[in-house]
Write a protein that binds this ligand. Structure first.
Ligand SMILES: [Zn+2]
Length: 352
């Protein structure tokens, strides 16, 4: 099988749980990887990890991707010992029925399955309150020895290669973005003599279902003049996906730039020039009002940050088996590295 530069880091990240409030395992790995290529690495009270290269240059560029993945949170244990849950981020109840799940407890992972009634598929929608975990406990007391309210839950399914350059994984949104940012920093390190700006690589928490707090407080800390939010976007190349409003983003078609109120036009022009120089194909996602990414929060920090949103096309977003192309992922890393490396010491992001 063809090898891809981002694959081993992505595989390692997908093997670790990073649900909101419990991202530490993934962040420790990211901190280690960034420490190898950055001048310094910082963390903050939320658990954000920030790697800095050439920090004293007057122009500061932030590259942000969120490490937190969607999941569930334990709410209570019922009288029969079944574990009840609430949604953590944008999990879809219908996608979870029948899945094997890990409850991340203080003493380590506890395995459970999401149960369902036998017989035909229900005609009505499956709601959050219909979900429960069967961990094999015979009573409430037995279950309560193992799990506590607030424990986070993720699917057990991990990283698998599909055909061609495609991979399936849980929480590729947005550990794929984190892998792209770390890989970009490795490229930037290698070509450091070209670098005229300060670069801040951020693996932030609290994107899913939150208020973009991880990205917002980190952007406040850095006060960058420019930023890229690196995330996944909806691929629209499979059955029942609508393309008329947003465009027809495809897997293996290259990184995707957002066209949105969030995005600075000069940043998109610079990304297009970087793509041309590296012969990287680009796609576009039309999302006029906002992008639904950390970019929306970063753009409004301080006097305003010239922001771009670069995305890896992804099928089945927020399901246990998201699918991306590793070629798109490697090209995303190359694109954001080249964007930073060609940036002049004093770029002009003003439209007029
Ligand atoms: Zn995301």
């Amino acid at each position: 099988m063809k090898a891809f530069a981002c694959e081993s880091l992505l595989k390692e990240l997908i093997g670790l749980p990073t649900p909101g409030t419990n991202e530490d395992a993934g962040q420790k790995l990211v901190r280690r990887r960034l420490a190898a290529v950055c001048d310094r690495v910082e963390t903050d009270i939320y658990g954000d990890v920030l790697g800095v290269v050439n920090g004293k240059a007057p122009t500061r560029v932030l590259l942000a991707a969120h490490v937190d993945e969607i999941g569930l949170m334990v709410s209570q244990v019922d009288a029969q010992g079944f574990v009840q849950v609430n949604l953590l981020g944008g999990s879809r109840p219908d996608a979870l029925v029948g899945q094997r799940m890990h409850i991340h407890t203080a003493k380590g992972p506890v395995l459970g399955v999401i149960g369902r009634k036998p017989g035909e598929a229900p005609k009505e929608e499956i709601k959050t309150a219909d979900l429960y975990l069967d961990i094999g406990a015979a009573s409430r007391a037995e279950a309560e020895k193992l799990v506590r309210p607030g424990d986070t839950v993720t699917c057990t399914c991990g990283f698998d290669r599909l055909g061609g350059d495609r991979v399936a994984g849980r929480g590729l949104d947005d550990r794929a973005g984190v892998a792209a940012v770390v890989r970009a920093m490795e490229i930037i390190r290698r070509e450091r003599r070209r670098l005229k700006v300060a670069v801040f690589a951020l693996s932030n928490v609290q994107e899913e279902g939150g208020r973009f707090r991880g990205a917002a407080v980190s952007a406040f800390q850095v006060m960058p003049q420019a930023a890229l939010a690196v995330d996944v976007c909806y691929a629209r190349d499979y059955p029942k996906m609508e393309t008329r409003l947003s465009g027809d983003c495809k897997l293996s078609g290259g990184p995707t730039l957002s066209l949105s109120l969030t995005v600075n036009r000069a940043v998109n022009r610079m990304l297009e020039a970087a793509a041309k120089a590296k012969k990287i194909p680009l796609q576009y996602a039309v999302e006029p009002t906002s992008t639904g990414t950390d970019g929306d929060a970063i753009a409004s920090v301080g006097p305003g940050v010239a922001t771009g949103v670069v995305s890896i096309p992804c099928r089945y977003v927020h399901s246990p088996s998201e699918v991306i192309s590793l070629a798109d992922l490697d090209q995303t890393a190359e694109l954001i590295a080249e964007f930073v490396l060609r940036m002049p010491a004093k770029p002009d992001f003003k439209p007029i």
